[in-house]
Design a protein around this ligand. Structure first.
Ligand code: CTP
Ligand code: ZN
Length: 151
């Protein structure tokens, strides 16, 4: 897409999460804990035509870089996403997300009887599968809306 067709402006500095599956941008924002009340400057484009994906979403968060844990969870809902770090208007780093084999201490198991949800200091641990993520301790499988289980 040429510059004069840009739907949302370029940013001076921050992070652009590109190639998010169409319709998933609000989930990406949920993963980042952004609901607007924190005052972050955020631009979102949803269901933009994309040559390689059909339709894609783009999330631009100004003046913020993402933690590895955040990127790991984003990869669960946006396996093709690219994380672009922008400084002084230039993309200085571009990384495709990598689906981790496991995520530790990022998601909260919804099973009230799971050892990770009791007072014990046991960190949550989920195995990443094609169909979702599975708790290593109680085998609970989370298939949908994984963002809602973020600790
Ligand atoms: N971008 C931005 N602000 C900038 C620079 C880039 O918002 N100052 C956005 C672009 O609009 C694009 C993404 O960051 O959505 C990646 O930019 P760039 O690497 O320039 O685009 P492409 O080459 O098309 O990226 P890719 O090859 O990953 O599709
Ligand atoms: Zn569990």
């Amino acid at each position: 897409m040429s510059d004069h067709q840009l739907r949302v402006s370029k940013i001076r500095s921050g992070t652009v999460i590109d190639h998010v599956p169409g319709g998933q941008a609000l989930r990406v924002l949920a993963i980042l804990g952004i609901d607007g009340t924190g005052g972050e400057t955020v631009s979102v484009a949803m269901n933009v035509p994309s040559d390689d994906m059909g339709a894609k979403d783009i999330v631009k968060v100004e003046d913020r870089e993402l933690s590895q844990a955040e990127v790991d969870v984003i990869s669960l809902i946006a396996p093709e996403a690219t994380i672009n770090i922008v400084r002084e208007f230039d993309v200085v780093e571009k990384n495709r997300v990598v689906r981790p084999e496991e995520v530790h201490g990022v998601l909260q198991c919804p099973n009230a009887n799971c050892i990770t949800t009791e007072a014990e200091p046991v960190e949550s641990e989920f195995t990443v599968l094609r169909e979702g993520v599975r708790c290593v301790y109680c085998d609970t499988l989370l298939r949908e809306d994984i963002a809602q289980y973020i600790q």
